[in-house]
Every structure is written in C-alpha cells, then in structure tokens.
Design a protein around this ligand. Sequence first.
Ligand SMILES: [Zn+2]
Length: 98
Amino acid sequence: MGTFDSVDVEHYCPKCNEKQADYQTKDLGRQMQHYKVGEPFILFGMKVQEGEFAIYDICLKCHKEVQGKAYVGDGKLRKVSEFSKVLEKVIVEYHQNQ
Ligand SMILES: [Zn+2]
C-alpha cells in the first residue's frame, strides 16, 4: 500500500483501449506529486539533472498492468516509454475448474 507519485501522460490501455490519465511511480518521494513531461524535474526540493525511474499503470477498467520508464535529462522530465511486452502476473486463476 502507501502512496505514489503520478506522471501525467495520457495513454491507452493495450488490452481494452481505455484512456488513462497518468502513470504512477513508487520510485520517487511518494508524496502524491504530479510530474509532467517538459517541466523541470524537482525531487525533494532539488532539481534533478539526469536520471530515470520505473513507472507503471493499472487500467481502471480491465486492470491490465503496464510498465515502463520515465527519463529525466537537462533538468526536465523528457519522456516516458512503455515496455511493449509485460510479464503477465497470474494472481488468481478463476476459471481453472470450469
Ligand atoms: Zn484496460
């Protein structure tokens, strides 16, 4: 549990195509910050020049999880990329005995 930060980049669920407003990350301050591409990247009050961190999102409609990375360069959040293939984690197999 706990909180996370958001990277505000609209994207579409690869499974059901539902529009999603942002990605989440637990790699930063977990202070419910919203980061935007093209804006100065401030972490704990300090400008970060270079770096990358993991992002993820879980579709609000079908619960498909996507993962990716966000990249910081020259003091700004530069881009996010979604991994094209994500390992599927089977949590519960509901239809096994049907
Ligand atoms: Zn979906």
